[in-house]
Design a protein around this ligand. Structure first.
Ligand SMILES: Nc1ncnc2c1ncn2[C@@H]1O[C@H](COP(=O)(O)OP(=O)(O)OP(=O)(O)O)[C@@H](O)[C@H]1O
Ligand SMILES: [Mg+2]
Length: 255
């Protein structure tokens, strides 16, 4: 395929008078980790909500593989292979890790025909589930209830639930938030392993992590793209420097 796997043109949404995302042209290629950084309230999560179909833009378009998917609802965006994680943990606590993944995978595969035609894909779903758990290091805890896991493991489970859908595009909203140093390293390593055959949009406040794994960074401020480029270009950008009034890219607090 030529051209970006996911892109936006003039993407905008306002909440009342607040321009949460304004005129955003974003482009994400297969095989790249594209980090979105910017201060609290910059519009990063809102942008992911627009990409995932959780929000409808007030102007502009979203394209996947060159097709306009702007008006598709979230479940249809997910079915196209665009998967997202949430800033807030989003699992069923009483269910096991395996069941959480299985449910996530099934929800994507479910079709209107399911009552008439038994699905032949349960085996695939079970295999994908185990693979996803193994990839995130949770393989040996597949049958543990999610609520018995540490917070960090629950965040990893969420990534496993996402991987069970076999997405080609991953939209990750602060996957390292609240993780300890070792858990963070494990997730960073996982993102690195996934990068070659996925397109990954990564919102993250941990600048060391971001600069260590991003191929490209987009800096958002007040809903707009301030700058987009390689880590070296962002580090060297006067605009980025001026916006944060400092030499260091210590621009955010974790939320
Ligand atoms: N559903 C909503 N209704 C009204 N305002 C909203 C809504 N969602 C977000 N906002 C506002 O839009 C702006 C952007 O919010 P958003 O959550 O996208 O920021 P963010 O960059 O993800 O911030 P953080 O780093 O704190 O997660 C904020 O001012 C926020 O209060
Ligand atoms: Mg956010």
């Amino acid at each position: 395929m030529t051209g970006p796997i996911l892109s936006t043109k003039g993407l905008s949404i306002s909440f009342g008078g607040l321009r949460a995302v304004h005129n955003l042209d974003l482009s994400v290629d297969m095989g790249e980790v594209h980090a979105i950084i910017g201060p609290n309230g910059a519009g990063k999560t809102t942008m992911i909500n627009l990409l995932s179909g959780d929000l409808l833009p007030s102007a502009g378009q979203v394209f996947h593989r060159g097709e306009d998917i702007t008006s598709l609802p979230a479940h249809r965006v997910a079915r196209r292979g665009i998967g997202r994680s949430y800033q807030i943990t989003n699992i069923f606590p009483e269910f096991t890790c395996r069941e959480n993944c299985w449910l996530a995978a099934r929800s994507r595969r479910e079709t209107a025909m399911r009552f008439f035609k038994p699905s032949g894909r349960d085996k695939d779903t079970a295999e994908n589930t185990l693979e996803a758990l193994e990839m995130t290091g949770l393989g040996d805890q597949a049958d543990a209830p999610a609520q018995a896991m540490s917070y960090g493991e629950q965040r990893q489970l969420e990534i496993a639930m996402l991987l069970a859908l076999e997405p080609e595009v991953l939209l990750l909203d602060e996957p390292l938030a609240g993780l300890g140093p070792n858990e963070s390293l494990a997730v960073i390593d996982l993102i690195r392993r996934l990068a070659p055959d996925h397109a990954i949009v990564l919102i993250e406040h941990d600048m060391d992590a971001v600069f260590s794994i991003a191929d490209r960074l987009t800096v958002m401020v007040n809903g707009e793209m301030l700058e987009s480029g390689s880590p070296a270009q962002i580090r060297g950008s006067d605009k980025v420097r001026q916006a944060y009034l400092g030499d260091e890219l210590e621009m955010e607090t974790s939320s």
